[in-house]
Design a protein around this ligand. Structure first.
Ligand SMILES: NC(=O)c1ccc[n+]([C@@H]2O[C@H](COP(=O)([O-])OP(=O)(O)OC[C@H]3O[C@@H](n4cnc5c(N)ncnc54)[C@H](O)[C@@H]3O)[C@@H](O)[C@H]2O)c1
Length: 393
């Protein structure tokens, strides 16, 4: 009998289109950006709001939907990494299931930080095999990073974002007035991602941070320069994300600061925020870049000075060579067997490396530890880096 070798090939392409829109005063009744695609008298919206955002803006949100005659089910969700769990995911799905929505034209609305938009995005991508969603970030981390891409996720089995998906939003609405009520620590948490982009791909953004970063942090980015910095950071982030939305290319500039931070974050979940871990990684990776002659002493000096000027105090007590090495190994696995670590090549430039050794990590760590420093404002200077004999030859 002949073997039937028939092959059926299915080819389908689904275009991805969404907009990231500056939408000041998003809950002003005259602003209809949130009502996309369109609402009628019988429209329903399932709205998930971060509990802290609800405290400050809950009334505005309710008034907004009431004004437009939309029947909105407002569900509050507690922020914080410890809530990025399957239990909270399931509780949201249950609430959603009890509030039927049209699965094509009544998007779920996520209003909150990166934790909330990651979890709600995952709900949207899995509920009834995907329903549309709109994201409204309310933290700086969400504003410049977490909300504007297509990644969703929850932590599982002691690992970050172990369950997740790529799910494009219908749109992302940016209203920087939310940043006004952020605790300062969370504002600085998001600043780390802006520093990341500046160092690894955008020298002009670095200049802007040097010139206007401190005043923008003081103004919680409500000032004009703060707006320019935010817009530039988002442009840069989207330039990196758009051609590689599904991460087919595993060498990603936006992974700068996201190699060693992974281990730091998972081991210090209750003490270290994502951006804090990222900034430690940025500093450590920059030291590695210096040892390889990719950064000059002056470049490193500028980075340390900028961090101090922005009012950020670095605590390196969680940096431990073995943890850093294990994190690198884990990320190497995640990146299909190659380290693919982005290192700065001059401020604003990037080189990917695949050959970082444990010894190199130990040397850089020793140099950092020798610098007393832990606190850049108390003297983490490039001079000290040099005197700690970090740079070979
Ligand atoms: N999907 C992605 O591409 C991506 C990218 C970067 C980060 N992330 C994820 O983002 C998460 C971190 O996000 P985050 O830093 O926004 O944390 P978060 O969502 O926990 O928010 C931080 C804190 O701020 C509070 N808050 C939120 N908005 C507020 C406001 N306007 N005023 C006052 N308080 C407010 C929250 O209740 C919470 O306590 C991590 O889980 C990280 O993995 C995802």
């Amino acid at each position: 009998m002949t073997r039937n070798t028939q092959v059926w090939r299915v080819n389908h392409q689904r275009p991805i289109r969404y907009e990231v829109i500056n939408s000041p005063n998003v809950f002003d009744p005259h602003n209809t950006d949130l009502l996309y695609p369109a609402v009628s008298g019988s429209s329903r919206r399932f709205v998930v709001v971060d509990a802290n955002v609800e405290r400050f803006f809950g009334e505005d949100i309710r008034r907004y939907f009431h004004y437009h005659g939309v029947k909105a089910k407002i569900v509050t969700f507690p922020g914080g990494e410890e809530h990025k769990t399957i239990e909270f995911y399931k509780s949201l799905v249950r609430e959603l299931d009890a509030f039927p929505i049209h699965r094509r034209d009544e998007p779920i609305i996520a209003i909150g930080g990166g934790v909330l938009t990651d979890v709600v995005g995952f709900v949207a991508s899995t509920y009834r095999r995907s329903v549309p969603h709109i994201k409204v970030p309310t933290t700086l981390m969400g504003y410049v990073d977490a909300s504007i891409g297509i990644k969703t996720g929850i932590n599982f089995n002691g690992r970050k974002n172990r369950l997740g998906s790529f799910e494009p939003p219908l749109r992302v609405l940016l209203d920087k007035t939310f940043l006004k009520t952020l605790p300062r620590r969370h504002l600085l948490n998001g600043v780390a991602e802006i520093i990341k982009l500046a160092v690894i791909k955008d020298a002009r953004l670095f200049d802007l941070l040097e010139a206007h970063g401190a005043e923008s942090v003081e103004a919680y980015f409500q000032n004009e320069s703060g707006g320019v910095i935010l817009d530039r950071a988002i442009t840069g982030m989207l330039e990196e994300l758009e051609p590689n939305l599904f991460e087919d290319d595993l060498a990603r500039k936006v992974d700068f600061g996201h190699t060693f931070s992974y281990g730091l974050e998972t081991r210090n979940e209750t003490d270290l925020l994502h951006g804090e871990a990222v900034l430690l990684d940025i500093v450590f990776s920059s030291l590695l870049a210096r040892t390889r002659g990719l950064l000059t002493r002056a470049d490193l000096e500028r980075l340390f000075r900028l961090i101090a000027a922005l009012g950020i105090t670095l605590d390196i007590s969680s940096l431990e060579p073995l943890t850093l090495w294990q994190s690198l190994e884990e990320r190497t696995y995640h990146r299909n067997g190659f380290q693919r670590v982005p290192l700065p090549h001059g401020i604003g430039g990037c080189t990917f490396v695949n050959d970082i050794t444990l010894t190199e990590i130990q040397t850089a760590h020793r140099a950092l530890a020798q610098m007393t420093m832990l606190n850049p404002s108390a003297g983490l200077t490039a001079e000290k880096v040099e005197s700690a004999e970090l740079v070979a030859g």
